[in-house]
Design a protein around this ligand. Structure first.
Ligand code: 13P
Length: 256
């Protein structure tokens, strides 16, 4: 059985005082909601302050990136042990913004995914095609390459913890959400890739989130699709009211 999952990716937003205020409001708003897993992923510098607010709540903490070594001469990087130390449970890996602006390769993403799992963090691995790739009929090929790249050297027992986020690049921050039909087609395809690479049980159990202009106005239709288990939300996760609404509207979806 897959439990709904709503994760907020705050990206490069919010200083400590703002992050504390927003996390307090979210905590209040979701206090009695147990029908979906909830996670917020702020910037590194506010992780600890946010953790102090949410530590005894139903909200988990996630980071937006990780390095694949725990310590050493890696200037500017943060490893799993540091993230665990400030209360993180999840980490977003391979976001398209990092692939684009920081040239993150499938190889790096594979290292990061394995390293986070070995350290006890749950990776939310992002995959998604650009508009050009979609329009030239390559969407599935790209997803297949990114998926198998991220899972390189990942045994089944490790994969069982992974959360996948399908985030078409053309839908991120554009207001152009993928239609539920397009999203479902891709989620179903990803589930098939998991089945082919691993087995049916892992495919049935893996949570696949949709990301890209998710709002309280479109979440319900997305969540009606059988292979959409939740959302990785950018802009709408920055506003407590809309994030709370997204969690409310994703409660108790029974899948599988
Ligand atoms: P938006 O919800 O702002 O489109 O961002 C989606 C995203 O990139 C989440 O990781």
């Amino acid at each position: 059985m897959r439990k709904s999952f709503i994760a907020g990716n705050w990206k490069l937003n919010k200083k400590v005082s703002e992050a504390v205020e927003v996390s307090k409001a979210i905590k209040e708003g979701v206090i009695n909601l147990s029908g979906a897993d909830i996670c917020i992923c702020p910037t590194f510098t506010v992780l600890k302050s946010v953790y102090e607010i949410i530590k005894d709540s139903n909200i988990a903490l996630g980071a937006q990136n990780i390095w694949y070594e725990n310590q050493g001469a890696y200037t500017g990087e943060i490893g799993a042990s540091s993230l665990l130390d400030v209360g993180c449970k999840y980490v977003i890996i391979g976001h398209s913004e990092r692939r684009k602006y920081l040239n993150e390769s499938d190889e790096t993403i594979a290292h990061k995914t394995l390293s986070s799992l070995e350290s006890g963090l749950i990776p939310i691995v992002c995959i998604g095609e650009t508009l050009e790739e979609r329009e030239s009929g390559k969407a599935q090929k790209i997803i297949e390459t990114q998926f198998s790249g991220a899972c390189k050297n990942l045994p089944a027992d490790k994969f069982s913890k992974v959360v996948i986020a399908y985030e078409p690049v053309w839908a991120i921050g554009t207001g152009k959400t993928a239609t539920p039909e397009i999203a479902e087609e891709m989620h179903k395809f990803i589930r098939q890739l998991i089945k082919n690479r691993y087995n049916k049980e892992l495919a049935d159990n893996c949570r696949i989130l949709y990301g890209g202009s998710v709002t309280p106005a479109n979440i319900e239709n997305l969540m009606k699709e059988p292979d959409i288990d939740g959302a990785l939300v950018g802009g709408a996760s920055l506003v407590p009211e809309s994030f709370i609404e997204l969690v409310k509207k994703s409660q108790n979806k029974q899948t599988q």
